[in-house]
Design a protein around this ligand. Structure first.
Ligand code: NAD
Length: 434
């Protein structure tokens, strides 16, 4: 195999890059590679999306507008729906969804993408999988599909895995300054994939195998999910014991070593942290017959949080002489985390659905969301003003977007349930904190 030739093309930025899947992950990568001087063939099966991207419209939420504009301006980013465009690519990166369906990984999109890439795979090229998945996927699921037309991984082309670790809405850490983890099926695959990401990312950690890189991604997100479950459970205990859990976490975080703060909330949302650990739990049961106990317990605790928050809201209303049935409730922030427009797996939605089922009259405000049509809800966003705050029997601060003037909210709400301690230890008698 002409590995050195490929490596030279990569480091000279002469390599042609194919990116399969133009969602948040794929488009961010494609645009970055184009800005760095590489020619990029960006492929997606979604015709509408491709037409809009090709027309210069950044239709993928979360992808930086300036990055997209610069990539288009560079004139090296080509969009299409036909995988045949990959035929002249030196490097092909697969960034397709990996959903969890009924507690099982659904690798359909990786399989479809693998078959499409295989039909146009070039000898002496590199294929990288970026989608989040369980260890073994690259070698056991993707590799045989890529080899279907006679080329052999390790002999005719290189194969690696590199998880995307991007954190939507994070203004400090983006694609360039978030270190990359890369692992290949063999040494040349690992090294060459490392060289590719070196062109785009400040720091690259090259591992010995695809499986280690796949597992590293699951460890990161499982670590986060389990620690959130820990503070969620602690929050329920602290509430019963009249201890301020936020003060407790603040105190523990003063320890300069061995502790990292996580914060309680209405649940765990987004499409990564709640779902990725499921891959681990599923694989453990499939391959060892044993449950991954910590993951399953943590998922259980987090899944209970919307119910718990609902019960605390009902209790707060009742303490102020009001029944939940017929109560006017205004919820502020319904996306899964502040400053992103993503409703996927948002625990706030479940809280609202539970309150509606108890007979509450629920309205919401969110700068990113105009309507909610899920969980049996059909709600249109309402305005946020002193009048709307004062009109509600209780205001719920579920996702504290940075544009919210929390002091103003606390001042004008008759009663405020603050699920995220946005009021930061407010002593107002009308503020109840999770
Ligand atoms: N979004 C994130 O913050 C994030 C962060 C880290 C990792 N990830 C992981 O990266 C992967 C991609 O995530 P995303 O958020 O970009 O997904 P997404 O759903 O936003 O986009 C995926 C795109 O792939 C396209 N697609 C599906 N099948 C295809 C095929 N066979 N050929 C070509 N295109 C195809 C879809 O049309 C869609 O446009 C997932 O595994 C996800 O878990 C996402």
């Amino acid at each position: 195999m002409k590995t050195q030739q490929l490596q030279r093309r990569i480091t000279r930025r002469e390599a042609v890059i194919g990116v399969v899947g133009q969602g948040y992950v794929g488009l961010s990568l494609a645009a970055s590679a184009a800005v760095e001087g590489m020619t990029v063939r960006a492929v997606d099966v979604d015709t509408d999306r491709i037409q809009q991207l090709a027309a210069g419209s950044n239709v993928v939420p979360g992808v930086d507008d300036a990055l997209f504009a610069n990539a288009v301006e560079a004139g090296r980013l080509f969009f299409g729906t036909d995988a045949a465009a990959l035929a002249d690519c030196d490097v092909v990166v697969i960034c397709v969804p990996t959903p969890v369906v009924e507690h099982r990984p659904d690798l359909r999109f990786i399989e479809d993408a693998g078959r499409a890439v295989a039909g146009h795979l070039r000898r002496d090229s590199l294929v990288v999988l970026e989608s989040t998945t369980y260890p073994g996927t690259t070698e056991q699921v993707l590799r045989p599909l890529l080899e279907a037309h006679g080329l052999r991984a390790g002999r005719d082309f290189l194969l690696a895995y590199s998880p995307e670790r991007i954190d939507p809405g994070n203004v400090k850490y983006g694609l360039r300054n978030t270190p990359r983890v890369v692992g290949g099926i063999d040494e040349p695959s690992s090294q060459t994939a490392g060289m590719f990401y070196d062109q785009l990312v400040d720091e690259v950690e090259v591992l010995s195998s695809c499986r280690a890189a796949e597992m590293a991604k699951l460890l990161e997100n499982t670590f986060r999910m389990v620690n959130i479950a820990l503070v969620n459970e602690l929050a329920t205990l602290c509430s019963e014991q009249q201890i301020d859990v936020w003060e407790v976490i603040r105190a523990a975080a003063t320890k300069p070593f061995g502790f990292m703060p996580f914060y309680p909330g209405p649940g765990v949302g987004g499409h990564c942290i709640p779902l990725d650990p499921t891959y681990l739990a599923w694989q453990s049961r499939r391959d060892t017959g044993r449950p991954f106990r910590l993951v399953e317990t943590a998922q259980d605790i987090n899944a209970h949080m919307p119910t718990y928050v609902t019960s605390r809201v009902i209790e707060a209303l009742s303490d102020h002489g009001k029944a939940v049935k017929g109560a006017n409730i205004l919820a502020l922030g319904v996306t899964y985390k502040p400053d992103v427009g993503d409703l996927r797996e948002s625990a706030a939605i479940e809280v609202l659905a539970r309150l509606v089922s108890k007979g509450a009259k629920v309205t919401f405000h969110d700068p990113f969301v105009t309507e909610i049509r899920e969980h049996g809800l059909s709600l249109r966003g309402s305005s946020l003003s002193r009048t709307s705050l004062a009109a509600a029997d209780i205001v719920l601060l579920l996702t504290p977007h940075s544009t919210y003037d929390v002091d103003m909210v606390a001042e004008h709400a008759k009663l405020l349930f603050d699920a995220r301690n946005a009021t930061n230890g407010s002593r107002r008698p009308t503020v109840v904190t999770l």
